[in-house]
Design a protein around this ligand. Structure first.
Ligand code: ZN
Length: 212
């Protein structure tokens, strides 16, 4: 999996899409990739580089520079599946897991507040419960993702750059993976298998079904 961040800025979480699905050289189910993923997980201490949440399962290993042929350990970063929804907003949109609204809050704050709300209330918050000044818009995450496939973030209108991803009830399944309702604890749980990473090939097929 790769991210297309044109300036190589990987430390700011924002709505993004993957433009380079095709150039992955190590399949997620290959031994070599699993080994690298384990190394990256251990190096990051199982923490998401954006929100800091920790989990031994379901974390996503991504190519920092957006080049999926660059499998150097320094180029592999760990993010949680919730931040991953924001980083793949088109794909998350196809599954109705995120919706877009105008908000002045930084995206990472929306993520962190949503995680906190989930822990305290056991459900995904409505956008208004995260930001009282949120403005509803009609643009779908899928449409926006499609635009990002062709347009660099910096070239988007101010209106588009003011959009943030908020989570829907359908994202609850993703929240539950790393913040299980049963425990409501963010401490790492046991890693029972290597098959915890999303199947990128399957996700790609789903994405292509939508965007062609
Ligand atoms: Zn995260």
């Amino acid at each position: 999996m790769t991210y297309m961040d044109e300036r190589g800025e990987e430390d700011t979480l924002r709505l993004s899409v993957t433009r380079t699905w095709g150039n992955r050289t190590l399949p997620t189910n290959s031994y070599a990739w699993k080994k690298l993923r384990k190394q990256a997980l251990s190096k990051s201490n199982f923490s998401c580089k954006f929100c800091g949440i920790k989990s031994k399962k379901w974390m996503v290993c991504d190519h920092v520079d957006g080049d999926a042929t660059n499998n150097s350990i320094d180029n592999l970063g760990i993010i949680c599946p919730i931040c991953d929804l924001i980083r793949h907003c088109g794909r998350a949109g196809t599954q109705d897991q995120i919706i877009l609204h105008k908000s002045k809050l930084p995206q990472i704050e929306i993520v962190s507040k949503s995680q906190e709300f989930w822990k305290n209330n056991g459900r995904v918050p409505n956008p208004e419960e995260i930001d009282g000044d949120v403005i509803r818009v009609s643009k779908s995450a899928m449409t926006f993702g499609n635009k990002l496939m062709k347009t660099d973030y910096e070239d988007l209108s101010d209106e588009d750059q003011s959009l943030r991803g908020f989570f829907t009830e359908k994202a609850g399944v993703i929240f539950n993976r790393i913040i299980p309702k049963s425990s409501f604890s963010i401490s790492p749980h046991e890693d029972k298998s290597d098959a915890d990473e999303p199947d990128e090939d399957e996700l790609q097929r789903m994405y292509e079904d939508v965007f062609g």
